[in-house]
Each structure stands twice: as C-alpha cells, then as structure tokens.
Design a protein around this ligand. Structure first.
Ligand code: CA
Length: 236
C-alpha cells in the first residue's frame, strides 16, 4: 500500500488555509498548515513533506525567498499561490523553481487537480524513467550513456553542453534563468558570469540545428517548449 502523501500548506490567511486543508484531506492527503515562512522552514527541517503549497505573500518572508531556500537542498514539488494575475508573478514563481502556481481566487477542485498532477510528475517511478532517456521531437538523450541523437545521427556534445540540455529538457515548459542554470549545471551558488550559459546554449543550438528545443525567453532565461502534442488534460 502507498503511504498517503503529506502536504505542507504555507498560508497566512486562515480562511484560505482551512478550506485548502479541507479539500486536500478529503482527497486523501495528510495536511499540515503553517501561517509563516519561518514556521514553514522549521516544519521542513523536521521532515520533508511530499509537496508544499506556498503562498507568495507571507507576513514574515517572501514566498519566493522560501522557495529559493528550499530549492538549495530539495526538489520537493512546490505549488505557489499568488494574489494577482500578473505575468511577472507567474514567471517569478517558475523562475525560482516552483513546479506550478495558482492565482487567487481559485477553485479548490482545481487546486486538488493540480496537486495530483504535480505529485504524479514528481513520482519516483516516473522520475527514474525520465532519468534514463528524454525525448523531444527527433531528439533523444540518454543520461546513463550520455548520448545525444537527432534521429539516427549521434551528436557529440561537451559535458556541460550535455548537462545544460538535460536540465532544460527535464524542466520542459518551465523557464530557467541563467543564474539557475549556472547553479544547476556548473554548481555555482552565487551569481557567476551568465555569459557562460549563453555561450553553451549557442553551441548546443549549432550542433543540434533545427532539432534544438531551446527557446530564449527575453529578459529571463531559457526553456524547452512543451512538445507540440495537446496537453493530456485537454485531450479529447
Ligand atoms: Ca498571504
């Protein structure tokens, strides 16, 4: 039997926190709610939940700051709650490594659907499969063998070019900033020279040609677009 997932809800508005908790409990999850960022970090230090639902505007700490701190040590799925429907908030939410976001006010059923979807994507089996090989159109890349193919042709990438491509493909649909890529691919923990990222992206594009899935997001960073197939939830 699977253990029920534990979800940490970080939300200072008690009415929102309690209805979110109610819906998640009804969906079979174990829920803990905390009203502040510092309480959230304490809770996380005591034991990592399966997923975190994180309000962007908290009294003591910015949700983005909390997200960044968590991401330094963990890939735990994070869903951000934002108060305004502004693109900036959305991008920032994804930029700092959140898995998904919802804009208030939201339908609690939508929240439960998102939580299920995020947890499914983060599931260990799925992750293990994805760790073996990733595909995008004609492109396939194998992590174990560190091989990249476009159709039947093997493409030789330098180690960091390979890691960069993998990182972007593994987060397809999400924008990764240059700083984030530096940190994840090169292991810098502070802002390094982000031109390194641009140079490597240019090389990957040159080597892959039309098969390159990397999209520039102006003023933010890079991403790999989702494949041109309809999203599963929208499929007829
Ligand atoms: Ca709030």
């Amino acid at each position: 039997m699977n253990q029920p997932h534990t979800i940490l809800v970080v939300e200072d508005e008690s009415s929102i926190a309690s209805f979110v908790a109610l819906y998640l409990k009804n969906a079979g999850y174990i829920v803990k709610t905390v009203p502040t960022g510092s309480a959230a970090l304490n809770q996380i230090a005591a034991g990592m939940p399966s997923m975190i639902i994180l309000d962007l505007n908290l009294p003591d700490m910015d949700g983005i700051e909390i997200c960044r701190r968590i991401r330094k040590s963990s890939d735990v799925p994070i869903l951000m709650l934002t108060a305004r429907d502004e693109d900036v908030d959305k991008i920032i939410g994804l930029e700092v490594g959140a898995d998904d976001y919802l804009t208030k006010p939201f339908n609690p059923r939508e929240l439960v659907a998102r939580v299920k979807s995020v947890l499914r994507r983060a599931g260990p089996e799925r992750r293990r499969d994805e760790m073996k090989e990733l595909h995008h159109g004609e492109l396939s890349i194998n992590a174990g063998k560190r091989e990249v193919y476009v159709g039947d042709d093997e493409i030789q990438l330098a180690p960091k070019e390979f890691d960069l491509l993998w990182e972007l493909l593994d987060h397809r649909g999400l924008v990764l900033t240059r700083d984030q890529l530096l940190e994840r691919v090169w292991g810098y923990t502070f802002a390094g020279d982000t031109r390194t990222v641009d140079v490597h992206v240019r090389q990957v594009r040159r080597k892959l040609g039309d098969a390159s899935p990397i999209v520039t997001v102006w003023g933010v960073g890079y991403k790999v677009a989702s494949e041109r197939t309809p999203a599963p939830t929208r499929a007829v």
